[in-house]
Design a protein around this ligand. Structure first.
Ligand SMILES: C[S@@+](CC[C@H](N)C(=O)[O-])C[C@H]1O[C@@H](n2cnc3c(N)ncnc32)[C@H](O)[C@@H]1O
Length: 303
């Protein structure tokens, strides 16, 4: 584990604590789905079942760590669509993009739908979200998620995100792109010592991410906002992709204003400099926020 991540020693603060955190399983986080349920009521029901809920952040009792829960998938509240198990860092992406009610939203890479459903919740199930996912088999879990959670403001498409038709422009775009997934590497459970196999982005993936961020930006209305996110620490997939956008389009990085612990984006790695604006991006590490490692950049198109 240490060797695998050692290229990031210089950029991850308190590196030994970071490695220690990877040796512990990630906690289960639950998001309360306000489309179907009142957060206070759901908390009461779950606590009556003996589930210990720790509120995460001061965001009005919507996100909880369920410390003594092994799995949420067999709870009646899961089937009823009152709760959705979702990594906290993944929840933050939709919160940071913060799509407005009645707006037109594109989710470029939607399955299995955690962020799509959360955006629908934030939008009060109003407006319209285009949930795009390339692989037909991934539309099945996507449909199940959105149906269970009572989402009504979504239609599905099946395009290559990097070639999504330019006929329509969007107010908000979620570009939660395919990535090497390093942020998901954690010890799986207390009894296991096995880790996922070593991922590596490869030029094809890096190229795809660059094409997606460019197409996402081109699909924005003037004055629109896009969130580019990954669950990896690799600067090539994160700051590198955003830098590619800045080199090729008149994009600006917008501040990310959240109280959850995070570090700024990098402006230098391995002798490569990135635009100063990159400090406005956010990096989430599991020893700061006990969840999936994550990167996000909020990008604006000038009006
Ligand atoms: C990081 S996952 C998205 C997770 C999702 N946003 C969520 O919160 O549940 C990336 C998704 O992109 C899909 N994908 C891969 N290549 C794609 C492409 N060229 N165009 C559109 N989707 C693609 C993958 O099948 C995968 O479902």
């Amino acid at each position: 584990m240490y060797d695998f991540f050692s290229p990031y020693r210089e950029i991850i603060p308190d590196f030994n604590s970071f490695i220690d955190s990877l040796n512990r399983p990630a906690p289960i986080h639950l998001r309360v789905n306000r489309i179907k349920a009142e957060p206070e009521k759901v908390v009461q029901i779950l606590e009556e079942r003996g589930i210990t809920l720790k509120p995460m952040g001061d965001e009005g009792k919507r996100f909880f760590e369920a410390s003594n829960l092994k799995s949420s998938g067999n709870l009646p509240e899961y089937f009823s669509g009152y709760i959705h198990p979702q990594a906290l860092s993944s929840c933050l992406a939709s919160m940071v993009l913060a799509p407005h009610r009645e707006c037109l939203v594109l989710d470029m890479c939607s399955a299995p739908g955690g962020k799509t459903a959360h955006m629908a919740d934030i939008m009060g199930n109003s407006g319209l979200i285009i949930a795009n996912e390339l692989y037909p088999t991934r539309h099945i879990p996507l449909g199940h998620t959105l149906t269970r959670l009572g989402v009504l403001n979504v239609i599905y498409t099946e395009y290559q995100a990097q070639e999504f038709p330019l006929k329509q422009r969007f107010d908000f775009i979620m570009a939660d792109v395919p990535c090497s997934g390093e942020g998901r590497i954690r010890k799986q459970d207390e009894s296991s010592n096995s880790y996922p196999s070593k991922p590596h982005p490869g030029d094809k993936l890096l190229d795809l991410q660059k094409k997606m961020i460019l197409r996402g930006f081109d699909l924005l209305k003037d004055g629109g906002t896009m969130l580019y996110s990954t669950c990896t620490y690799n600067p090539l997939e994160n700051e590198g992709a955003v830098q590619f956008l800045l080199n090729n389009r008149d994009a600006e990085l917008l501040p990310i204003d959240i109280t959850f612990p995070h570090m700024n984006g990098l402006t230098e790695f391995n002798g490569v400099s990135y635009d100063r604006q990159l400090y406005r991006a956010a990096r989430f590490y599991p020893h700061h926020l006990n969840s999936v490692g994550f990167f996000m950049a909020r990008i604006g198109k000038r009006g």
